[in-house]
Design a protein around this ligand. Structure first.
Ligand SMILES: [Fe+2]
Ligand SMILES: [Fe+2]
Length: 194
């Protein structure tokens, strides 16, 4: 897929040719806008959940490393939430790729390149999710192994999760900047997604 140098690891927002609708509908006007319907609110709430949950996982790993949380309690809290994040993100991306992106591209063909970029992001994030899952499982498995093992696993997770957070947050923000203005401009009913 052609992403014109807009790959997730190196970009910081959209270039001018993909910002014309965002200029008309900047973030400041989103909340409370009459065209921000139920679907958009639900979808933005999912993004917020992904942000909060991934941040909470990072913080929990840090607390384990510092000895601020009992190992058993950590594992019980951490493992199901990591699995939940992995599963929910995969489902979320699948629905976006198959169901929503085609609708937005049809409605606003001038943004087609942006949706190609977002789809490529999903691939990148899936690879990063594999790394995150591996690193998280190692951490959850290390809690019985004593302090040096926990410290090493927590350091490894911190490195992997830092990289993951960076690309996840960039993707969520750019995706919102591309999609919400289309919804505000055309309405959910007009797009057939309300
Ligand atoms: Fe996405
Ligand atoms: Fe998304």
């Amino acid at each position: 897929m052609k992403t014109d140098g807009l790959d997730l690891a190196s970009r910081s927002g959209w270039p001018d040719d993909l910002r014309h609708l965002l200029e008309r509908y900047p973030r400041e006007v989103w909340t409370g806008h009459v065209n921000l319907g139920d679907m958009a609110r639900f979808w933005l709430a999912r993004h917020e959940m992904f942000r909060e949950l991934s941040q909470a996982l990072v913080q929990a790993a840090g607390a384990l490393r510092e000895g601020d949380v009992p190992p058993d309690q950590f594992r019980q809290w951490f493992a199901p939430r990591l699995n939940f994040l992995l599963g929910e993100l995969q489902t979320h991306h699948m629905i976006e790729d198959r169901q929503y992106f085609p609708v937005f591209v049809r409605a606003e063909t001038s943004l087609a390149k942006g949706f190609d970029v977002l789809e490529a992001d999903h691939e990148t994030i899936h690879h990063a999710l594999d790394d995150l899952a591996r690193s998280g499982q190692m951490l959850a498995g290390a809690v019985d192994g004593g302090t040096p093992l926990v410290t090493r696993a927590a350091d490894g997770f911190a490195t992997v999760s830092d990289g993951f957070m960076k690309i996840l947050l960039q993707h969520l923000a750019d995706e919102e900047d591309l999609i919400v203005p289309v919804i505000l401009d055309r309405t959910e009913a007009g797009l057939g997604i309300g």
